[in-house]
Design a protein around this ligand. Structure first.
Ligand code: RUG
Length: 805
C-alpha cells in the first residue's frame, strides 16, 4: 500500500476540513473532525477498493457471500487505521494538530445492527476474510434503527430507538444504480408458454426497491478490500405514483426500519419474515447479476459462487435462487436443484427449540406466493426421495413442512452441501441429538467450525498496553499470526514479564474504573478482582446463578465483615429482548441488588456491582481488557459456543465455566489448573432431565445456604424488588428451576471460593493469566475462516498466503 507520512496527512486533513466546513480545522466540533478524517481515509483506500473489485471480475475468482440478518461491526475508524497501516501516522498527525485522537474516535457511532454473538461473529468474519485473502462479501440489512438503546429507569430496562444514522456515515457508499426490485404478495399462477414450458405470472404485487449501501472491509496490511453490502428498502422510482397512500409508503419504509420488530404480535412477526425475504431476494438477485456478467454456463455457478447462510434467518435465499433459475433462466428443476445444493452452506448457532425458526405456511403463502410453491415442491420431492431410501418416518421427520409450518433449519439442511456447528460440543450435540435424523440421511454433510474472534480488534486495538508488552516480549509476528502468542508461555517464570503483565491489567482496570466513576458515579477499587459477565440476558446463560453467588457473599459479609473473601467488582453488561419479561425481571433484580450492596457501609466496599447500561461493542472494548475473571456459566449443552469467553481469555482473564460450548476447548487448551470448572456436564444434564427426578423444591427445603439466598428474594432483604423477587423465586422453587441453578449452585460456589484463594496469590494468578493469553491465539477468527474457506467454500487462498497462517 502506498505509504502515508505525517506531514502530508496533516496538510491533506487541514485542506479537506476547510473545503468541507469552510472553517479552520481547530474550530470544528469533534464530530466534524471525525467526519473529515473519514473522508481523508476514504480518499486513501478507495483506489484499493476499486482495484480489488476490478480484479475480482477480471480474474473471475470465486466469491463467498455471507448472508446474515445481523452484523455488529463496532466503530470502524481504528480498524481501518490499523489495517491500512496508518494508525500511528494519523494519531501523531492529529495530535500534532492539537486534536484529541481518542475523542475523535469516540465521535463515531457504534452501529448496533446485531443482537450479540451471532452478529459480532459475522463482523469478525468479515475482518478475517479480508485479512486472509478470502474474497468475501457480506450481505445484510441497513436497518435505520439498530437494536434498541437500553436505559435503566428505576432499575428497569427501558428501550429507546437507536438512530445510528443520525450523522452521516463516512464509510458507506450508496449504490443506487445497483438496486433491484423485491416482489411481495399478489397472485401468482403458472401459465403455459408457446414452447410448452410453464412460467409464473404475477398480478397485484407489492414491489419494493432494494438499494445497496457498500462499506469496505479492509484486510490487515495486505491491500485486500472486500465489501459489506447492506440493503435499504425504498419506493421504486418509476412506480412512485402507485404508492399513493401514506400507509403504503410506510409499509415500504418499515421493512428496513428496525432490527428485531416486536415479535409478540402478528404484525411484528410478519415484518420479520418480510425482512428475511427482502434480504434474501435482494442479495441473490445481485449475485445472479454478477454471475451473468461472467458469461459462463449455469453449471459453473457453484465454481464461482459460495453462499453461506448465517443461522436460518436468510434461508429464503435457497428458494429464491431456485425461483430465478427456474422462472427467469429456464433451467429444469434438477439442474436448478443441483446448482443450488452445491452453492449453499449453513451454520447452525443454537439448539434451543424456541430459537429454531418456524413460519406458518399461510404466512409465506400470502407474503411470497411463488416462494411458497417452490418450498412445497422441495418438500414433496424430499418426502418422495427419502421415503424410497429411508422409509417414510425419517422422510417426514426431516421434511421442511410439518404441521403447516415451514421449519427453516430443515429447509436449510436438506438444501445445502454443508451444515456446521460452532464449537466441538455443539456440533456433537447437533449430530447426536438435535439433528440426528439428518445425520442418518446425510452422514457427510455435518462438520464443526469452532468460532473465533479477531485479535486485531480485541487485543491490538482494545488493549494497546498488552499489545506493546507482547511486541516487546515475543516480537510482532503475533499481530499477523495470533498463534504465535504461544511464545509467551516461555516467560511463565520471568518476574519482569509477570510484573509488567500485572501493570497492564492495572492500567486497563483504572481506565474502566474512571469510566465507571464518571459515567455511573460508582467508585470501584482497581485492586479488587473485576469479575465480568457480559452477554445477552437469557435464562440459560444463568446470570441469575451469579446473582445468587453475590447475594451469598453479601449475606456472609454482613454477618461477618472480616469473612475471608476476595474484594470483588461484579460487572454485568446485558440487554434483554423487549418482550422477554423474565429476563427483564432479572435486570431489575441485579439493579436492585446493586443499589443495596453498593451503598451498604457494613460490607466495607468488599462488593461492588456495576451493571453498565446499553452494553455494546465499544463498551466491551473497555470492559474486556480490565477483566480478571470471565463468567461462562450457562447450563451445559445450551450455549452453542460463546465468543466473549475467547475475547476475555485473550485479554488475560481467567475463566470460571461449565463445560459448555467453546469453554470445553478453552479448558483443553489451558489445562485444568488454569480454568475453574464446575457444574454438570452436558450429558449429565440430559440424563437428569430425562429422568424427571429433579426436585428443586426439595433442594431449597433441605439446603440452608440456598434457602437463605432464595428467601432474600422474597423477604424484603433486597429493597426495590416487588413482584420480580416472587416471580424469580417461583421460577426456581415452584416451577422446578428449568436451568438447574440449584443443582449446580454448590459446585459453582466452591469454584468461586477456589477463585478467591487463587486470586490472593498474585504471582500464580498472573502466571495463569499469561497461559490464557498465550493459548488464545488458537481462537483467531482468521483460522476459523481459513477452515470455512477450505472445507466448505472451496476457496482456500493461494499457497503462499496459506503459508503465512
Ligand atoms: O448463542 C449463540 C452463541 O453461543 C454463539 O457463540 C454465537 C455465534 O455463533 O451465536 C449465538 N446466537 C445464536 N445468537 N443467536 C443465535 C440464535 O439465532
Amino acid at each position: 500500500m502506498k505509504p502515508m507520512d505525517v506531514e502530508t496527512f496533516k496538510e491533506v486533513y487541514k485542506k479537506r476540513f476547510e473545503d468541507v466546513y469552510a472553517i479552520q480545522y481547530h474550530m470544528g466540533s469533534t464530530l466534524e473532525q471525525f467526519q473529515v478524517l473519514g473522508q481523508v481515509l476514504r480518499g486513501y483506500y478507495t483506489d484499493y477498493w476499486i482495484e480489488n473489485n476490478q480484479e475480482k471480475i477480471d480474474n473471475q475468482d470465486k466469491q463467498v457471500y455471507y448472508f446474515s440478518m445481523e452484523f455488529l461491526p463496532g466503530r470502524q475508524l481504528k480498524t481501518y487505521l490499523l489495517n491500512l497501516d496508518v494508525y500511528d501516522t494519523v494519531k501523531t498527525g492529529l495530535t500534532d494538530l492539537g486534536l484529541d485522537f481518542d475523542k475523535i474516535v469516540e465521535a463515531e457511532v457504534d452501529p448496533a445492527l446485531g443482537n450479540g454473538g451471532l452478529g459480532r461473529l459475522a463482523s469478525c468474519f468479515m475482518d478475517s476474510m479480508a485479512s486472509t485473502h478470502v474474497y468475501g462479501n457480506g450481505c445484510g440489512i441497513r436497518y435505520q434503527y439498530g437494536l434498541f438503546k437500553q436505559k435503566f429507569i428505576d432499575g428497569y430496562q427501558i428501550e429507546l430507538p437507536e438512530n445510528w444514522l443520525r450523522n452521516p456515515n463516512p464509510w458507506e457508499v450508496r449504490k443506487e444504480s445497483k438496486s433491484v426490485i423485491v416482489r411481495f404478495g399478489g397472485n401468482v399462477w403458472l401459465e403455459e408458454q408457446k414452447d410448452g414450458k410453464l412460467k409464473p405470472k404475477y398480478e397485484h404485487t407489492f414491489d419494493v426497491l432494494a438499494v445497496p449501501y457498500d462499506t469496505p472491509q479492509i484486510g490487515y496490511r495486505n491491500g485486500v478490500v472486500n465489501n459489506l453490502r447492506l440493503f435499504s428498502a425504498e419506493i421504486p422510482y418509476d412506480e412512485e405514483s402507485k404508492y399513493i397512500t401514506s400507509e403504503q409508503r410506510q409499509e415500504v419504509n418499515s421493512i428496513t426500519e428496525v432490527l428485531y420488530p416486536d415479535d409478540s404480535n402478528y404484525e411484528g412477526r410478519l415484518l420479520r419474515l418480510k425482512q428475511e425475504y427482502f434480504l434474501s431476494s435482494a442479495g441473490i438477485q445481485t449475485i445472479v447479476r454478477y454471475f451473468k456478467n461472467l458469461k459462463l454456463p449455469w453449471t459453473r455457478f457453484p465454481e464461482k459462487v459460495a453462499i453461506h447462510i448465517n443461522d436460518t434467518h436468510p434461508t429464503l435465499c435457497i428458494p429464491e435462487l431456485m425461483r430465478i433459475l427456474l422462472d427467469e433462466e429456464d433451467l429444469t428443476w434438477e439442474q436448478a436443484w443441483n446448482i443450488s445444493k452445491k452453492t449453499f452452506s449453513y451454520t447452525n448457532h443454537t439448539i434451543l427449540q424456541e430459537a429454531m425458526e418456524r413460519w406458518p405456511v399461510y404466512m409465506i403463502e400470502s407474503l411470497i406466493p411463488r416462494i411458497a410453491q417452490i418450498i412445497y415442491e422441495i418438500n414433496a420431492r424430499h418426502i418422495r426421495n427419502k421415503t424410497e431410501l429411508y422409509g417414510s418416518e425419517l422422510a417426514y421427520k426431516t421434511a421442511p413442512i410439518q404441521d403447516d409450518q415451514v421449519l427453516m433449519a430443515n429447509l436449510a439442511i436438506i438444501s445445502s452441501h454443508s451444515v456446521n456447528g460452532v464449537a466441538k460440543l455443539h456440533t456433537e450435540i447437533l449430530e447426536r441429538y438435535t439433528l440426528s435424523d439428518f445425520k442418518t440421511i446425510y452422514p457427510f454433510r455435518f462438520n464443526n467450525k469452532t468460532n473465533g474472534v479477531t485479535h486485531r480488534r480485541w487485543v491490538q486495538l482494545a488493549n494497546e498496553p498488552l499489545s506493546q508488552l507482547l511486541d516487546k516480549t515475543i516480537g510482532e509476528e503475533w499481530r499477523f499470526q495470533p498463534k504465535e502468542m504461544r511464545l509467551l508461555r516461555s516467560y511463565i517464570d520471568d518476574e519482569s514479564v509477570l510484573d509488567q503483565l500485572q501493570q497492564v491489567k492495572l492500567t486497563n482496570k483504572k481506565r474502566f474504573a474512571k469510566f465507571v466513576s464518571e459515567q455511573m458515579n460508582i467508585e470501584i477499587d482497581p485492586h479488587a478482582m473485576f469479575d465480568v459477565q457480559i452477554k445477552r440476558l437469557h435464562a440459560y446463560k444463568r446470570q441469575l446463578l451469579q446473582v445468587m453467588h453475590i447475594i451469598d457473599r453479601y449475606l456472609q459479609l454482613r454477618d461477618n465483615p472480616e469473612a475471608k473473601l476476595a474484594k470483588r467488582v461484579f460487572v454485568f453488561g446485558a440487554k434483554a429482548a423487549p418482550s422477554y419479561y423474565y429476563a427483564k425481571q432479572i435486570i431489575k433484580l441485579i439493579n436492585a441488588l446493586a443499589d443495596l450492596v453498593n451503598n451498604d457501609p457494613r460490607i466495607n466496599d468488599m462488593i461492588k456491582i456495576v451493571f453498565v447500561e446499553n452494553y455494546s461493542v465499544s463498551l466491551a472494548e473497555l470492559i474486556i481488557p480490565a477483566a480478571d475473571l470471565s463468567e461462562q456459566i450457562s447450563l451445559a449443552g445450551k450455549e452453542a459456543s460463546g465468543t466473549s469467553n475467547m475475547k476475555l481469555m485473550a485479554n488475560g482473564a481467567l475463566t470460571i465455566a461449565t463445560l459448555d460450548g467453546a469453554n470445553v476447548e478453552i479448558s483443553n487448551l489451558v489445562g485444568p489448573d488454569d480454568i475453574f470448572l464446575f457444574g454438570m456436564k452436558a450429558d449429565e444434564v440430559q440424563v437428569l432431565r430425562d429422568s424427571h427426578a429433579y426436585n428443586a423444591r426439595d433442594i431449597y427445603e433441605r439446603d440452608p445456604q440456598i434457602q437463605r439466598i432464595l428467601n432474600s428474594l422474597i423477604d424484603g432483604t433486597i429493597p426495590g424488588i416487588k413482584s420480580e423477587g416472587i416471580d424469580i423465586f417461583n421460577s426456581l422453587v415452584t416451577d422446578n428451576d428449568e436451568y438447574f441453578l440449584l443443582k449446580d449452585y454448590h459446585s459453582f460456589y466452591q469454584a468461586q471460593m477456589k477463585v478467591d484463594i487463587n486470586y490472593a496469590n498474585k504471582k500464580s494468578w498472573t502466571q495463569k493469566s499469561l497461559i490464557n493469553i498465550a493459548q488464545s491465539g488458537k481462537f483467531s477468527a482468521d483460522y476459523t475462516i481459513l477452515r470455512y474457506a477450505s472445507d466448505i467454500w472451496n476457496v482456500a487462498p493461494e499457497t503462499e498466503v496459506l503459508q503465512q497462517f
